[in-house]
Design a protein around this ligand. Structure first.
Ligand SMILES: [Zn+2]
Length: 243
């Protein structure tokens, strides 16, 4: 997430590629499952090896699962320097492809944060938020399954509820009006995203390392990844995202 780069740190923009995998459904209408695979000069386990692993696990699981919607997995390059991969992807879409995308699910940094969140919605120029149907529908599914995943708290003007702001690859999709659901583990208990109470931000620091995270937060890796995996699978079983 480019907003959280330490002051003075600039990442070099190398040549990058997005990696696309398409699984055809009954319909041409498409759900994008996106996760960026670059990292911010760290081991990149939390940000964003975690999102990549949830998306890959899902892709394997969906190979033999018939779905109504076509699913396109997109592993974005160069998110950290400024979402270059996702911007380029959105710009490359033909009008037909763009019309066919009915939902974008973005998975970014789902491992180390204290709590699991879902975000969605588009902030208008006047500060109101719309295009929230998808995220609220996803939250209903969370409650039906009984997963421990929540919406962010209301009341922070910098992060209008329930958007969590344009902090990752869903932003270019959001900008052209495509509904998104954004998965992220974080900690908003005090109204702003600090990721962990114990250590502050793990992303973009040397703490973004599997040994460190497993030692500090025993059991968290399995819990967070499995919760989001179950949710992603469930969201992709739905055949009524367009309303
Ligand atoms: Zn990230």
């Amino acid at each position: 997430s480019p907003n959280f780069l330490p002051l003075g740190v600039q990442l070099e923009l190398a040549i990058c590629e997005n990696i696309l995998i398409t699984k055809k459904g009954e319909s041409e209408k498409t759900i994008i499952v996106g996760a960026h695979y670059d990292s911010a000069g760290t081991h990149g386990v939390d940000d964003n090896g975690s999102g990549v692993s949830v998306a890959l696990e899902n892709a394997l699981r969906m190979v033999n699962t018939p779905t109504y919607y076509t699913i396109q997995y997109v592993f974005f390059g160069s998110e950290e320097p400024g979402m270059y991969g996702s911007r380029a992807y959105v710009e490359s879409l033909s009008e037909k492809e763009r019309e066919n995308i009915i939902l974008m699910i973005n998975i970014d940094t789902v491992l180390a944060g204290d709590y699991l969140y879902l975000y969605g919605g588009k902030v208008n120029d006047n500060g109101t938020v719309d295009n929230t149907e998808a995220v609220f529908k996803a939250y209903e599914i969370v409650k039906e399954i009984g997963l421990n995943i929540q919406l962010p708290p209301d009341g922070n003007n910098d992060y209008p509820y329930p958007t969590g702001q344009k902090r990752s690859d869903h932003a270019p999709f959001n900008d052209i009006g495509i509904p998104y659901i954004y998965f992220e583990a974080n900690n908003w208990e005090n109204g702003s995203p600090v990721e962990t109470e114990k250590n502050g931000l793990i992303m973009h620091t040397d703490m973004d390392d599997l040994d460190f995270i497993e030692n500090e937060y025993s059991g968290r890796v399995q819990n967070t990844l499995s919760s989001y995996s179950i949710l992603l699978y469930s969201l992709l079983q739905e055949n009524n995202w367009e309303q």
